[in-house]
Design a protein around this ligand. Sequence first.
Ligand code: 7RM
Length: 635
Amino acid sequence: MSNYHIKQFEEYFQVYKKSINQPEQFWEEIAEEHFYWRKKWDKVLSWDFRKPEVKWFEGAQLNITENCLDRHLRTRGEKTAILFEPNNPEEKAEHISYKQLHERVCKFANVLKEKGINKGDRVCIYLPMIPELAVSVLACARIGAIHSVVFAGFSSTALSTRINDCDAKMVITSDGSYRGAKTLDLKGIVDEALENCDGVASVLVAKRINSEVFMKAGRDYWLQPLLDEAYQDCNAEIMNAEDPLFILYTSGSTGMPKGMMHTTAGYMVYTAYTFKNVFDYREDDVYWCTADIGWITGHSYIVYGPLANGATTVMFEGVPSYPDFGRFWEIVEKHKITQFYTAPTAIRALAKQGTEFVDTYDLSSLKVLGTVGEPINEEAWHWYNDNVGKKKSPIVDTWWQTETGGIMITPIPFSTPTKPTYATLPFIGIQPALMDDDGQEIKGNQVDGRLCIKFPWPSIARTIWGNHQRYKDTYFSAFDNMYFTGDGALRDEVGYYRITGRVDDVIIVSGHNLGTAPIEDAINEHQAVAESAIVGFPHDVKGNAMYGYITLKDAGETRDHDNVRKEINQLITDRIGPIAKLDKIQFTDGLPKTRSGKIMRRILRKIACNETDQLGDTSTLLNPEVVQSIIDHKL
Ligand code: 7RM
């Protein structure tokens, strides 16, 4: 029996059972039958969550780009691999065939080598959603360099922090980027970042907006002339299964972002297998994920998962609102999109526009709809189901994380009956557990707790770059012998999971995970600020928005408060990016604290969410009197 494509609910249960009872045999069969290996593995799995250490397919050798490109050339050489849809609808879409993509990746890989990049070196990629982004990611993988893509909406400070954390030798960027009616000066941001990055020897610059940019002699090179000169063949570097493939940063609840490190073989097998099944992918489909490749969703489900299956994957450069809110639907009609994968925040923004735009376009090509990034509320789910899917396309609500590499809890379309706001059942091979505060597993149904995973899956991140201790502390210390996700979840009467949200200090704004600590650090840089705490509160489009409680150094501060508010948001924009700006800033006389001095964000969150009746006992606080005053002055 081939377990590669699940088509029925009963089949899901059978395959699931096998994947749990005989995980090594199960994944070995999938790996053996559907991928190209230079050498097969000696051992399928070895693991110890207490160390923690996980290894899949040890001893195997491969190159992921041979699986994403070379092996398709004979059968799908002329097929479109990447369908690039530019920001400006007047500009022609670009169909890049597997053959052309292969050639572009090989040329780019040769440029990297010529500029001194070797296997194991880190390359930071700071590019907009243009083909060069996918090409440069694959070019790194071709030669065994470790890519670290930084979302090109991050500030220069965020960029330099990430470049330095992984010691990147090279940065790949563009002159600028288009975002709706605006342009962004990416090269200027890189220049500013590099003032603090001594390790970067070279910068490759793609031309996109034809702006005038500064080029530093001996460091900065225009990409195109180098590509024009480059040789079009490039042997794939033979990699070990557990060699690093990439680093991708995700915010933590304290200070530094965490450089999640993913390795080669397990990541490839799991992203390809989930892509095939979660999207019911078939040969002639045109698949579109609206995420940016700067996030894990783009890595796994724009680049690696689709290409490993020989799919046509759409890359969209623009935004949902330009030139108007019909843009997504225009693209669906134009390219006859079959799978559409987006985030609840985008769905809410589009739903706000009513149905005029969705009704204008022919969406009948759609077969499967997906959502990812945060819990989807009931209203948005129904709007998506009724107006986009016309009640006939299943919605796959896919729960997963940067750390998990691939989709973990999800329906399988046309198999798993969906239920609004529920991610439903664990994917093949995934063993979730709900845990209580005493570290005990909560068995049975109709329960809620902290979501953990009991057994390794092939695409789990192997470490935090340069800080294995932090990896252990963050994910493997809260519960013995388990991976702790940081999310809360409930299990309903039939065993379906609903993710209720983060239980730590990460706030998800418009699908972007933002750690509270770095934002508070930025606020505290303001010379008038004594202390700050930020929490999330519900927002009908962004999912969550930021509420900041700030105490000023001088309580009798005479300065104009609105000016201080502006300066604080400017600091946040400079240090992190505009996405992290505070929607509300309340100046307070103090922040509620425990006796050991910890700010009680739980209380502040309740106040921001208008749930002051659920504050609980505040009498044990160091300063219970500030609570009432904060409530009285709530914005
Ligand atoms: C893929 C991605 C991870 C966090 C995760 C959750 C939240 C993601 C869903 C979701 C409810 C979902 N990676 N999250 N998907 N919550 N339902 N379907 O988003 O590292 O950027 O974020 O996102 O809190 O822990 S991520």
